[in-house]
Design a protein around this ligand. Sequence first.
Ligand code: ACO
Length: 426
Amino acid sequence: MTDSLSVRDNRTNAEYELPISDGTIRAVDLLRITADDEPLVSYDPGFVNTAACRSAITYIDGDAGILEYRGYPIEQLAEHSTHLETAYLLLNGQLPTAEELADWEHLVNTHRLLPDNVKTLIHGFRYDAHPMAMMMSAVASFHTFYRDSRNITDPEARELNIVRLIGKMPTLAAFAYRHSVGRPYVYPDDSLGYCENFLAMLFQGAEPKYEADPRLVRALEVLFILHADHEQNCSTNAVRAVASAGNDPYTSCGAGIGALFGPLHGGANEAVLRMLREIKTVDRVPEFIAGVKDGKGRLMGFGHRVYKNYDPRAKIIKHATEQVFEAVGVDNPLLKIAIELEKIALQDDYFVKRRLYPNVDFYSGLIYEALTFPPEMFTVLFAVPRTVGWLSQWQEGVTDPEAKISRPKQIYTGIRTRDYAHLGER
Ligand code: ACO
């Protein structure tokens, strides 16, 4: 077997041999194929079949429903690991020893405070500002406080600013939340772990010490592990594209937050909750499904560019949802609607034929609601753990000798050269 692709261009009858490596052809090899002096270009809106980088971080087999971080199956990490341990794994490629983990947790915890001016920045937003907008601006502003972050070729500066951002994301998210509900900010508590401290900064009231239900702390750890990375998704691609221009992690991750905000990406969990509320009762599910099939809207939380099988994260989240509901003791009617939607959609020809299954966002919104978060916070709760993935991918991108500034081509469909017409002549 020869690792190459034989191509015959029927416009010119010319034949070409394109090498295949790693199951891909190089798009630049298409430049050799020309007709009328115009080189052949591949057209791929949305990068449906284009690999933009090499990566050793996350492996997905969408047909088989497999997700692995650095080779470890997501199911095992969700069962045994913590978010910070998984963060170490994603960034460094190996699970830490006990000593390395203790040092890492300590290091991240020492970087949880925000620069004081960031509080002023958050304070400047209207009470009803979307917290994702606050997060985006605040993260982008971090580089003004940490100018060494621009030294992206210096490994020590890279490491320090990665740790800073992982440490600060929960504090920022909690401050944005408390600003929107008009409550005073709660500062990080050194005696608490990453997720426990996050819950305290979010929900502490007048009590001197907030004590989170350990079942909720574990549920948050699991949610954070599941959301930590997902290879070249829309927001990670945004981070890598911005980083490819030589940008620091804060500027790059600010772009990632912007991409994640979209309802087709991280904003889907918020959209799922709104959809469930709109459906209102279980008996209206068939009517809603019929509307989706008629093109009146999408079944939010269903479908995925990569998974053409059950999203492995959705399975774990469904289980976590039941545990959280047990811990908080609520009987949420929206869960019943979600289960009915899933049941019908999984049997319906429209969804089966298109291989549409529940994705990570289908159940996560229900957990966040059970934890009393308003829907605007849902995507923020995605952004906090995904920062770890963005930073791992940022680091890999800026140290990749093959990386180039992101600059796709276009097919120009506009008018060509014409003369400017003065106002009175149009
Ligand atoms: N409900 C109904 N129909 C759907 C859905 C859905 N959720 N998703 C896809 N389809 C249909 C499309 O209409 C299309 O049908 P057609 O072939 O008859 O035209 C077919 O399935 C293929 O859909 P595409 O939009 O081409 O698939 P793509 O891979 O581009 O989109 C996406 C993936 C954006 C996730 C899509 O499935 C969707 O919009 N889902 C709902 C939003 C959502 O849950 N997003 C979260 C994704 S997970 C994440 O980002 C964390």
